[in-house]
Design a protein around this ligand. Structure first.
Ligand SMILES: [Cu+2]
Length: 268
């Protein structure tokens, strides 16, 4: 009995939507082009008693692999051996998509090494170098990373499918390495790096970390006015007047009602 009432409602909703979107054929085609447009953003918070903070953005503009990556930070370790302190930076993937907390310090030296944080953020997936190779092979290419306390980095690179998928699935983490040895325990500061015995531990331990989360997806192409609304509200604004608006509202209500009914029924 219930089904016989709700099915017509769902069908009415589908027909109304069909009328609306065929009327907005051009807008629909544009929406398809924007499916690969997205911005992922990470707040970079300090680890290991470091000072400083930063932000990272990854923008895809019509391609699921080609990414413009921007990173800005300030307040990190400034000098190393008389030169700018190198800060290796990576997209980490295939972990849990999060940053480690203090419980990650397994050996109790007061420092979370890159290895100890691995369960949280995973492997180096992409090396965010200033030039040349961006594979994990360049993870410690310390002469091709930004150095010093502050940096403004931007580079457009083509992520491989695995890295791109991890970013789109919100399981990627930005990690900036290289800690000020005066802000960590003496014991940890004197160790050799867990990643390369030729480097001291402070050169490679994580300093800033942030999960990459979707900031905006598939709304408007670059350069369009951003008033904070979604695609329907902006792209189809011209269709929202008069009868079209009434049809659309009815369709959404009917579709929502049908979906809700289906999920309730399905959960039994
Ligand atoms: Cu890293």
């Amino acid at each position: 009995m219930r089904t016989s009432i709700k099915k017509p409602l769902a069908i009415a909703g589908a027909i109304s939507l069909g009328v609306l979107f065929s009327a907005g054929g051009v807008a629909q085609a544009q929406e398809d082009d924007w499916d690969d447009w997205a911005v992922f953003q990470a707040d970079l918070q300090p680890l290991n008693n470091q000072q400083g903070w930063g932000e990272a953005w990854i923008e895809f503009d019509g391609d699921q692999n080609e990414a413009t990556i921007s990173i800005s930070y300030e307040g990190l370790a400034e000098e190393f051996d008389g030169g700018p302190f190198p800060h290796a930076q990576h997209i980490h993937i295939n972990g849990n998509g999060v940053c480690p907390d203090e419980s990650a310090d397994e050996d109790g030296d007061g420092l979370i090494s890159t290895t100890e944080g691995h369960h949280a953020y995973g492997d180096v997936g992409t090396s965010l170098t200033t030039e040349g190779d961006t594979s994990p092979d360049s993870a410690l290419a310390i002469d091709r990373f930004p150095g010093g306390s502050n940096a403004d980095y931007e580079r457009t690179i083509v992520l491989d499918d695995e890295n791109a998928a991890q970013v789109w699935e919100e399981n990627a983490v930005i990690v900036i390495h290289g800690v000020d040895p005066t802000l960590i325990s003496e014991e940890a500061a004197e160790k050799e790096s867990d990643l390369d015995p030729d480097l001291p531990m402070p050169a490679t331990a994580p300093a800033l970390c942030g999960s990459l989360l979707a900031s905006q997806m598939g709304q408007m192409p670059e350069g369009a006015p951003d008033t904070g609304g979604g695609f329907i509200a902006e792209g189809n604004a011209g269709l929202m007047f008069g009868a079209a608006a009434a049809t659309f509202v009815a369709a959404v209500l009917a579709a929502g009602y049908a979906l809700r009914t289906r999920s309730v029924t399905g959960s039994k």
